[in-house]
Design a protein around this ligand. Sequence first.
Ligand SMILES: O=C(O)CCC(=O)C(=O)O
Ligand SMILES: [Fe+2]
Length: 350
Amino acid sequence: MAAKGKQTRTFVCSCFFEDNLYIKKYRMHVSYRNKKTFMETCAKELRLRGCVTDAQFAEVIEEIESEISRRRALGEVSLQRRAMITEEYVPLHEDVYQLQESFLDPQFLDLVSDISSVDCLKKQLQEVEFCHRLLEELEHIEQSSCPKGRPNTMNSYGVLLDEYGFDNGLLTPLREIYLMPLTSVLFPDCGGGCLDSHKAFTVIYSTSHDHDLSCHYDNAEVTLNVCLGYEGFTGGDLYFHGMKDEDEWTRQKLHCQHHLGWGILHRGAHMHGADPLISGTRCNLIMWMRASSVRNKQCPMCGQPPKLVEMYGADDGYRLDKGRELEGAKGNEASQSDPVDRDVDVCRLL
Ligand SMILES: O=C(O)CCC(=O)C(=O)O
Ligand SMILES: [Fe+2]
């Protein structure tokens, strides 16, 4: 079922190999050029977070270096997974791969066809049968022996959806036909009117594994976050602070409860995280939507004009403008950028 897709040249910004490396144990994003600079810039903060012995530092450096190697090989590994999935994976519900209007809540459809006022967004989107079928399909994927690409180093559970063929029939039409009428009205300032690609994955939280998500921003111009449910859960609210470039982004805090079948649209640059889950399991579908015309000018991760590195097997949503220089011809490498942690006391480090 993996989609073949047309051969678009795909790129990442070279910062992917040096910046925003997440150290899960100490809940901290760091940059890494070499061991010496790393120790000069990050050792102090790491010590404050409990990394004190030589062995602990060695472990952190090993983890970072292996994450950089993983990132360099990621495109090739993704292509290998796609080939195996195409060969072996037999879908449980063929219909969940093709978007139909009946999957979408009537109130949502009304909103798309008549987005005259932002207030309409407060209407509830009801639970739909589609969520159950999609969840069953995702469980079927999880139980299959086929390889699964995990979203990023902040989320260890869940799966990259494009590798299983959810883009062409389901998610691309969802973005183009139904989401863009809304995002172009809600987020015209950050490319909501010209979203031209996305990276979609699921995230799964339970009390026994990943149970929360640190405050971060996404590698996205606009993000869709839909709660697909699972076993009844409590806790695990999504929360928002200010925008990442605001001086006092921690000052505000808005809580949003997840409800089965509800979707939340937000700017990728809106600082957000997930509270700890108290009970049950939560599965959400995340679509990081990208506008190449926006990110071609400024990488949302490093905040600089992107230094494009061509990648096969993965796509961070940049497109080659005429005359643009490439950073390096590093084929067969790929990126699955992490969301970027911005714990309050870490932000000045990065
Ligand atoms: O758990 C959530 O609802 C948030 C997930 C998220 O922000 C992300 O994966 O980028
Ligand atoms: Fe996020």
